[in-house]
Design a protein around this ligand. Structure first.
Ligand SMILES: [Zn+2]
Ligand SMILES: [Zn+2]
Length: 376
């Protein structure tokens, strides 16, 4: 992958502008000290950050953020986790990156010492959030348990960094972690996608990237279901062979019609609809696999007997584990799909509340809203 040939030096100020979370829905700009990178960490100048549905959840009811072992409200906490930028300073022992390198980030730097981290499942780190007071376990999840990127600078562990090729723009690079999450969902189901039939339910950012990654990995038939034609059209542009508007046709019947009654091998569930798991079970063939990448807000009844009788496997994923972000970047760097199709709006640093409003209310069909921090 291309990198800047010469190491550059940067003037780093002592303080920076940062948005901080007050109470629910309260964001304000303040001055904070620029953080210092420790061992195996770098300081990243944040160049662009995408707004995520999870940011809206944190603003609304705090979880899944966890600061100092509790709620993130009124703790001078800076959210924002889908970002890219430029390495401007190295911590001790870092030779994997140099100042001037453009990087995009994964969210989770697991502790590296727990059972799950040792298995590569660092998004399910058993020491999640245990990085305060006398519990410095080494875990970071920027924008969740440590300061994120609604700010001019952020500190990242090198394990969370992915080089960005010169040919890729800043906004596109913020989408790598979303594609990486879709990739991790496909990994969870076995990862053998080529030649298989895949249904993706729910055309949000992860669902749309699931279509693109699944197709890039050689899925024979990719079916996308959803309720909004504009998003389904994006799915077609990203490689879906068939799209189904569930307001006009029953999703299960459509999948069976398209597959000639054979069903699909995999369902990547990205809608969070209350009946989604039951419907996914009726979409897969016997022995098929379902990965849940979204969830309903309330407990839902599930036909467990159907799952058991048909040997259907159900997986859940959290975030972008097992270096899936690197594999997603490999596909994007090779132009196997155009993630910028889902980038709909761009705002400046000072317009963050407006950017969040666009994302939350889906103004002008907003899907991925990107805030440019450098030069704004
Ligand atoms: Zn996110
Ligand atoms: Zn861990």
């Amino acid at each position: 992958m291309q990198q800047t040939a010469q190491s550059q030096s940067f003037d780093i100020p002592a303080t920076m502008q940062a948005w901080v979370l007050g109470g629910p829905q309260e964001l304000s700009v303040t001055q904070k000290p620029v953080p210092q990178p420790g061992t195996a960490e770098v300081l990243v100048r944040v160049d662009a950050v995408a707004i995520c549905g999870t940011d809206l959840e944190i603003l609304h009811h705090d979880l899944p953020a966890m600061i100092e072992g509790g709620l993130s409200f009124n703790k001078n906490f800076t959210p924002g986790h889908e970002y890219m930028g430029t390495v401007v300073k190295l911590g001790e022992g870092v030779d994997e990156f140099k100042p001037g390198d453009r990087v995009t980030v994964e969210i989770h730097a697991g502790c590296g010492r727990c059972e799950r981290c040792r298995e590569g499942m660092y998004t399910s780190c058993l020491n999640y959030g245990k990085n305060y007071g006398d519990q410095r376990k080494g875990h970071r999840a920027n924008g969740f348990t440590t300061d994120g990127a609604f700010a001019e600078y952020a500190v990242n562990h090198i394990n969370t960094l992915v080089h960005v090729p010169d040919t890729m723009g800043d906004a596109e690079a913020t989408l790598v972690v979303t594609a990486g999450t879709a990739m991790y969902g496909l990994d969870a189901m076995g990862g053998l996608i080529a030649g298989k039939r895949l249904a993706v339910t729910g055309p949000g950012p992860i669902g749309l990237m699931g279509v693109a990654v699944g197709k890039a990995l050689g899925a024979e038939t990719v079916i996308l279901t959803g309720t909004r034609d504009a998003r389904l059209n994006m799915g077609t542009q990203l490689g879906a062979d068939h799209v189904v508007n569930v307001r006009r046709e029953n999703a299960v019947e459509a999948v069976q019609r398209i597959t000639g009654g054979q069903g699909v091998h995999y369902v990547l569930e990205c809608s969070g609809a209350s009946n989604a798991l039951n419907e996914a079970a009726l979409m897969v063939n016997r022995g098929g696999r379902i990965c849940l990448a979204a969830f309903p807000l309330e407990p839902v009844p599930v036909d467990v007997a159907y799952l058991v009788r048909n040997n259907i496997y159900v997986f859940g994923i959290r975030g972008e584990g097992r270096s899936a972000t690197h594999r997603a970047m490999a596909l994007m760097a090779q132009r196997r799909f155009d993630a910028t199709i889902i980038h709909t709006h761009t705002f400046g640093f000072g317009d963050l509340p407006t950017a969040i409003k666009y994302q939350r209310e889906r103004i002008e069909d907003a899907i991925k809203v990107v805030v440019k921090i450098k030069d704004s």
